[in-house]
Design a binder for this molecule. Structure first.
Ligand code: NAI
Length: 513
């Protein structure tokens, strides 16, 4: 190896070249110029860099009109951006951020050219969203100075930056980029160069589990979206895939799948491929899971009858969710002048009502619970991700096929009386929320196991990169390793294959070794 960049080299304020003046390059140029850097902006398409600068001028004017930026600051920032027609003019840059087409050969060729132009202390950063940083660096004389600087769209608004180290990236280079991102007001996280990095990898199950449920006709897109939104996600997976575009979302899934040597865990869905093949791309094509511009239709309003008078109600389980169920059952029974009993040590969470069972999922479908408990009148409901979710929120439930018609009706009435909006789905393991969240946690656990990131970085990345209401390890803290592993094992017991594998990190009780 040749000499490395000085440890912690300070990149704040240095001249920067941004190569590629498309959506991302323009956003990166804006943020860098606003942070005080002189920015050289280059694009292979003649005139594209100048056009991007003009557009940024209009963006700055808009920010000034809205009172978000002082007129002088806007003027100064715009003045710092210089479009350059020839790449050679980038030779004095201390940092290059590449945001050209997502193509390995194009990126390699560009960086090789840049190596010949730039000074020895220049840092090379790529904004690639899916290509291995290690592969991009292959063939460089000094691969240790290349690092991933993965921004999210729109760059000025999204706080997250994944700082991605390839096999040969010098840790000092990664830490310089980390500090620089921080100086730009971003929240950087370190990641190892692996398919999907942090966000695009850990997020796969959010789409995949919903697509799997759709494939087996377990529920409609509307019901799945409602359940996951009730759990705190800003958008349901179906409306989110419609927004991203099924072509784009499918391509990311496909690339993570291929990059993982066709590991079944990341297998794309037939449901989505049919949509892509048929041109149902979502919002941009006018139809996807939903028709646009109307978007997600409201769920039909259901009036639930009050449950019939019971003789005995026992709340089972320990912890915050069982406490919330007990409080809700007490409210429901108050008009009758009595309250529920509590059984903390029974090993399941839910309600026993005159011997019939309303069980929060532990992964096992209702038919298994009925068989294993010997109680045929069993109905399973989804995990209450936050106990406060009882307040009017959509909640999936499923009855065991052997349950009586009377108990099916009563169970629904009881769920409504407890305060939620019950939505019937097929009797699948882990229903909707428990299944999705368990798989998100498991994927994050595997990322930590493989040294891709720390738990803290995973939490920050998922909250800031895709607006999750909590990070996977925060969900885990409110659940338990056994609980998450139980759901995944139940999924495996049902589907048998390579997809539902409990991460070694979880198996070791939250330790990598
Ligand atoms: P874009 O298509 O809007 O812009 C790419 C620009 O690069 C075009 O203006 C094109 O003329 C130019 N270009 C292509 N080859 C070039 C070359 N050899 N030299 C100089 N300029 C060249 O694409 P976008 O969306 O800005 O993406 C750029 C990069 O950022 C890609 O690697 C992409 O994967 C990544 N990225 C994209 C995100 C997004 O949401 N669009 C999010 C995060 C990363």
């Amino acid at each position: 190896m040749t000499a490395s960049i000085a440890p912690g080299a300070d990149l704040v304020g240095v001249p920067i070249a941004v190569i590629g003046a498309g959506i991302m390059g323009a956003g990166i140029a804006q943020v860098a110029a606003q942070a005080g850097h002189p920015v050289l902006l280059h694009d292979a398409r003649p005139g594209a860099a100048a056009a991007a600068r003009d557009k940024l001028g209009a963006t700055f004017d808009g920010l000034v009109a809205k009172g978000k930026l002082a007129a002088e600051a806007a003027q100064a920032a715009l003045a710092r951006i210089e479009p350059i027609d020839a790449l050679d003019a980038a030779r004095d840059a201390r940092l290059v951020v590449e945001a050209i087409v997502e193509n390995l050969d194009a990126k390699r060729a560009l960086f090789r050219k840049l190596e010949g132009l730039l000074g020895d202390d220049a840092v090379l950063a790529t904004n690639t969203s899916s290509i291995s940083v290690t592969a991009i660096a292959n063939g460089l004389a000094r691969p240790q100075r290349l690092v991933g600087m993965h921004f999210f769209n729109p760059v000025p608004l999204m706080k997250l930056v994944e700082v991605v180290s390839g096999l040969q990236t010098d840790p000092a280079v990664a830490s310089s980029i980390f500090e620089l991102a921080r100086a730009w007001g971003k929240v950087p996280v370190h990641a190892k160069s692996t398919p999907g990095f942090i966000v695009n990898r850990i997020a796969r199950p959010y789409y995949a589990e919903t697509l799997a449920l759709l494939l087996e006709q377990a529920a409609t897109p509307q019901v799945l979206d409602a359940c996951l939104k009730a759990a705190g996600f800003r958008m349901g997976p179906c409306e989110l895939m419609d927004l991203i575009g099924h072509d784009t979302n499918f391509a990311v899934t496909q690339s993570v799948y291929e990059a993982n040597f066709y590991d079944k865990r990341y297998q794309p869905s037939l449901v989505q491929r049919e949509m892509v093949d048929g041109g149902l791309l979502g919002r941009k094509s006018g139809s996807g899971f939903y028709a646009y511009p109307e978007g997600v239709p409201a769920l039909p309003v259901t009036v639930h009858e009050a449950p019939a008078t019971a003789r005995e109600v026992v709340v089972h389980g320990d912890g915050a969710i069982a406490d919330a169920l007990e409080a809700a059952a007490a409210r429901a029974l108050a008009p009758e002048g009595w309250g529920p009993a509590r059984e903390r040590a029974s090993g399941w969470t839910g309600l026993a009502i005159d011997g019939a069972r309303l069980v929060m999922t532990d992964g096992r479908p209702a038919h298994r619970i009925a068989r294993e408990s010997g109680v045929e009148d069993a109905v399973v409901f989804d995990r209450l991700l936050q106990p406060a979710a009882l307040a009017g929120s959509a909640l999936a439930f499923a009855a065991a096929p052997q349950a009586s018609a009377a108990w099916r009706t009563q169970a629904r009435a009881w769920l409504a009386a407890l305060g939620c909006a019950p939505l019937a789905v097929a009797d699948t393991p882990g229903l909707v929320v428990a299944r999705t969240v368990a798989m998100l946690v498991n994927e994050a656990a595997d990322a930590v196991q493989q040294g891709v990131c720390t738990p803290e970085a995973a939490d920050a990345a998922m909250k800031l990169g895709v607006n999750y209401p909590a990070g996977p390890f925060e969900w885990l803290a409110g659940w338990s390793i056994e609980g998450v592993a139980g759901v995944i094992d139940a999924l495996d017991a049902c589907y048998r294959g390579e997809r539902y594998r409990v991460s070694p990190w979880l198996q070791r009780g939250g330790h990598a070794r």
